[in-house]
Design a protein around this ligand. Structure first.
Ligand SMILES: [Zn+2]
Length: 233
């Protein structure tokens, strides 16, 4: 039984049995660049307003995160159901159950990195999930142009700004605040022009330099949780 299933079972037991019970936090080690994690939590493959980038990725075990990150992610999606009920979100790769090297990513090693695919609208302006499949390397091979267009899809900057705002609020509350966002710098003025742009500019650190790959179809988020420096396995 994996940790998330065990946690679900514990939650059920808490509801039906008297007495204290709690799920332990995950324990991260090292850094997103060189680290590992114990007791990581697997993200649900979908919810009311979100879906994983790949059921194969889930099956292969590529969607584990620190429990605090999972809790905050799910809280942010719940908040979005109320605030932006017609928006659909897609999360991407996160990391292995035990962390460590996670090719082709350069970080994602200790449960504190998550990729999110950009929310998009179709030609009719409806929020739809970005099509992520093996033909486009599960979404990572998609290239948006300078105007935020890819085929008939447009980046929904308002939905993206709302997501990062809710994620920032939820992660601060969960004790796992956002430490860094990587998103294609030429898009940042459009993100900062949205409803929560001013908040994001002053509360969230966006990497301004060029990343090793262009982050146009997804935004990478690192979270800050105190980790052990012990690297030994
Ligand atoms: Zn990433």
């Amino acid at each position: 039984m994996n940790i998330s299933r065990l946690c679900e079972l514990l939650v059920v037991l808490i509801l039906v049995l008297p007495g204290p019970a709690a799920c332990a936090d995950s324990i991260c080690f090292g850094t997103p660049r060189k680290g590992r994690i114990a007791g990581a939590a697997q993200l649900p493959d979908h919810g009311i307003n979100y879906v994983t980038y790949s059921s194969l990725g889930v099956t292969l075990g590529r969607t584990y995160v620190h429990s605090r990150v999972r809790d905050a992610m799910l809280a942010s999606y719940s908040a979005l159901v109320k605030i932006a009920p017609d928006k659909i979100y897609v999360y991407g790769e996160t990391g292995w159950q035990s962390g460590g090297k996670f090719k082709p990513h350069r970080t994602h090693q200790n449960g504190l990195s998550v990729d999110f695919f950009v929310p998009v609208t179709d030609v009719k302006g409806r929020s739809v999930a970005l099509p992520t499949n093996p033909l486009n390397k599960f979404g990572y091979a998609i290239e948006f142009d300078a105007n935020g267009q890819y085929q008939s899809y447009s980046i929904d900057f308002e939905a993206l700004g709302e997501h990062l705002y809710q994620l920032s609020i939820a992660t601060k509350k969960a004790g796992s605040p956002i430490s860094r966002v990587i998103f294609d710098p030429p898009y940042l003025p459009r993100l900062f022009a949205t409803k929560h742009g001013a908040y994001l500019q002053s509360n969230v650190f966006f990497m301004q330099s060029k990343a090793w790959v262009r982050h146009d179809e997804h935004y990478h988020v690192d979270f800050s949780v105190p980790c052990s420096s012990d690297q030994s396995r």
